[in-house]
Design a protein around this ligand. Structure first.
Ligand code: HEM
Length: 336
């Protein structure tokens, strides 16, 4: 009797032990996701394609309950890899192309020298629109680039604490400065679109390579030449694509779902890289690359000889305009 009692107690003890620890064998493949010590890797292995780890939410947006989806981790790696490679390629290509251009052509000078006569090229409102768009674009480009390349380039240099602070503030600035960019983009579009409709003059300008490769060759151009029109449309269309995809990412509930969101994220990264290349070239030619160009967006006035060389048809329009007056050179008397 004592032996039977001993066996019964032993069997009960083993059953209780198994109940507490989980039986080896049959239950070994199952993972309890609410178990504190569950391994993330083991949890992922349990999930079939398309499944996710999700919690419970009390708001109408069910999507907010999704926590981790292994499929998306794979997508994130592909996306980051593509955008990272393209961003590096855009910056390196811009440096190589502009470096080669500078070595071949040097700084584009005003062939006739400065006349001392200055004419108004852009009003204060045009310059405000440009700098609102340009300043915000530069903040967005740098903070966006930090999200893509920061861990690779900035983190080892700054250390974890400073990098984390920089990236947190960078991300917040990115989300808010975007609205200033959109306003600048709309204003610039409205003030300049009429001057950026392609016409026959542009075909000739392009045929002559804009006269950029040799001094003394200045194909005629109106207020904006063909090269500038390309920049205007690249900024307008690229900026619109960035704005749309950015707003969709800020408000995911507006998107058609996860696949749409991922597509917007990819488009956002690719357009940013391409537009950054265009803008680096634009900044070069609008500052150090061409003598007299920056004045147009600085004081708003350019030298008459610069204007005659780069925008001869626009100078003719200004001269023919009864409401515009070309002032005499500083220090000279107007003709009687
Ligand atoms: C430090 C940065 C920048 C400088 C120095 C600069 C300089 C200039 C200058 C001098 C012009 C007038 C050219 C002329 O007289 O014909 C101009 C025009 C323009 N800029 Fe910028 N810019 C800068 C950044 C940007 C950025 C970031 C954007 C867009 C996101 C931008 C978009 C434009 C557009 C669309 C025009 C009119 C078309 C054209 O001239 O190409 N600029 N800029």
């Amino acid at each position: 009797m004592k032996t039977v009692w001993t066996h019964l107690c032993g069997a009960l003890a083993i059953t209780m032990l198994l109940a507490f620890t989980g039986a080896p064998g049959a239950n070994a493949q199952q993972v309890n996701p609410t178990n504190e010590a569950v391994s993330e890797e083991a949890l992922f292995q349990q999930l079939q394609a398309g499944q996710s780890v999700s919690g419970r939410v009390s708001i109408p947006d069910d999507g907010a309950a999704g926590l981790i989806k292994p499929d998306n981790k794979g997508w994130a790696a592909t996306h980051t890899g593509t955008v990272r490679t393209l961003s590096i390629a855009a910056i390196v290509a811009a440096i190589v192309v502009l470096g080669a251009f500078y070595l071949i052509r040097g700084r584009i000078r005003i062939d006739a020298g400065r006349s001392g006569i200055r004419i108004l090229r852009f009003s204060a409102f045009e310059r405000f629109s440009h700098w609102l768009m340009a300043g915000s674009f530069i903040v967005l480009a740098l903070t966006g680039l930090n999200l893509v390349l920061g861990r690779m380039i900035v983190l080892p240099w700054l250390g974890e604490g400073a990098f984390s602070t920089l990236t947190t503030w960078g991300k917040i600035s990115h989300n808010y400065v975007a609205w200033a960019f959109m306003l600048g983009l709309i204003l610039s579009f409205l003030v300049w679109v009429a001057h950026n409709i392609p016409d026959k003059v542009d075909a000739n300008w392009i045929k002559q390579g804009g006269g950029l490769l040799s001094s003394g060759n200045h194909p005629p151009a109106k207020k904006f030449n063909a090269g500038q029109k390309i920049i205007f449309w690249a900024v307008t269309l690229g900026g619109a694509a960035l704005s749309f995809t950015g707003v969709m990412m800020l408000f995911p509930a507006l998107t058609g779902g996860e696949a749409d969101w991922q597509l917007y994220q990819l488009i956002h990264g690719i357009v940013s890289a391409v537009l950054s290349f265009v803008i680096i070239a634009h900044i070069y030619i609008g500052s150090v690359g061409m003598e007299g160009a920056f004045d147009a967006m600085g004081s708003g006035e350019v030298d008459l000889n610069w204007a005659k060389e780069h925008h001869s048809l626009w100078v003719d329009e200004v001269k023919a305009d009864p409401n515009r007056d070309i002032p005499p050179a500083k220090g000279t008397q107007p003709a009687e």
